[in-house]
Design a protein around this ligand. Structure first.
Ligand code: HSE
Length: 337
């Protein structure tokens, strides 16, 4: 499988590292032999139809902060030209999330679909702003569109709801969808200030390129929109979410909640009447009351009651593992056709 990687930040690089460490067993266990044939970042590009040397690509990025340093005299290509003109089966979109207009990710995804390439996106912007039309475009062009890594990092929250609960009707769900704010709130419980906890989350690579996307609840809202569309069949976008972030939460609020046996969590909730993101007091005995960068979602369904899925919700390797899952699924579906 030939893959074009667009965006080479934490997730893109983790994906390359994952492929390096897993190439033998990916082939023996899943019959997948992924080759990254082009990689583009905001400063340059590297192209090799036979497959880029991934260690060299990672080294180039580390040394010069661009994959353009892979070749000595490389030209800078426009990502849209690379997507359009380089032969590949899959485009992996991992440029930073932009929740204002979804760009440049949306144009990358549209161009990939229009040129008959399957798409894996870890970028939440295009999905949060234009989910219904992107699904339609994928169907129109006969390509697969996968986005496991947009919700839950490596934890298969979308797949759990869509596949494991197949046949049942999910009536509502609620949970923690943002690792950074959960990390900050957990650290505040341990006595750290909001600011130092945020610094810590940035250093560890959990936070978005623009951290207010996390702290003001935009990231959780984007994930809520993706889930509402995919899991509940709703046709909603960011403007349908009522959103409050965590910047107003004080250490004293966290302490008082603790005295009542509760914790303050940024809860995203969806039912037929509402899409909300807000700091909410949750009992420490509730299974969604998880700490650190963990995400947790409780689904309520008509016949099977409540189930909670918990797992790591952020991090490069975690999200890269979701990309790999999507890639294997695309490969399996191509083979079944
Ligand atoms: N900034 C996001 C989070 C990354 O903290 O959850 C994963 O989507």
């Amino acid at each position: 499988m030939r893959v074009i990687v667009v965006g080479f930040g934490v997730v893109g690089q983790s994906f390359a590292k994952l492929l390096l460490s897993r190439s033998a067993d990916l082939y023996s266990q899943h019959g997948v032999k992924p080759r990254i044939v082009a990689c583009v970042d905001n400063k340059g590009s590297a192209i090799a139809p036979a497959g880029l040397d991934l260690q060299r690509l990672l080294d180039a990025k580390k040394a010069k902060d661009t994959v353009g340093a892979y070749e000595k005299n490389s030209s800078k290509f426009d990502p849209l030209q690379v997507i359009e003109n380089v032969d590949a089966e899959v485009v992996l979109e991992c440029t930073p999330t932009n929740l204002s207009d979804g760009e440049p990710g949306t144009s990358h995804i549209i161009t990939a679909m229009r040129t008959g390439k399957h798409v894996i996106s870890v970028n939440k912007g295009p999905l949060a702003l234009a989910f219904p039309s992107l699904i339609e475009l994928a169907g129109y062009n006969g390509v697969m569109f996968r986005f496991s890594g947009t919700v839950g990092g490596g934890t298969p929250i979308l797949e759990f709801a869509k596949r494991c609960l197949k046949g049942d009707r999910i009536t509502s769900f609620q949970g923690i969808l943002n690792g950074t704010t959960n990390y900050i709130l957990s650290k505040m419980e341990e006595g750290l200030t909001y600011e130092s906890a945020l610094e810590d989350a940035k250093k560890k690579g959990y936070a978005e390129a623009v951290p207010s996307l996390d702290t003001d609840g935009f990231d959780a809202a984007a994930k809520l929109v993706i889930m509402a569309n995919w899991v509940m069949g709703m046709k909603v976008t960011m403007k349908d979410v009522k959103r409050t972030g965590i910047s107003g939460v004080k250490v004293s609020d966290v302490k008082k909640a603790g005295e009542r046996g509760n914790a303050i969590k940024l809860i995203a909730a969806c039912d037929s009447r509402r899409l909300d993101v807000a700091p909410t007091e949750v009992s420490k005995k509730d299974p969604i009351c998880v700490n650190g960068t963990l995400n947790a979602v409780t689904f309520s369904s008509e016949h099977s009651g409540q189930q909670t899925i918990i797992g790591r919700g952020a991090g490069g390797m975690e999200t890269a593992s979701a990309v790999l899952r999507d890639l294997i699924e695309i490969r399996d579906t191509i083979f079944e056709r």
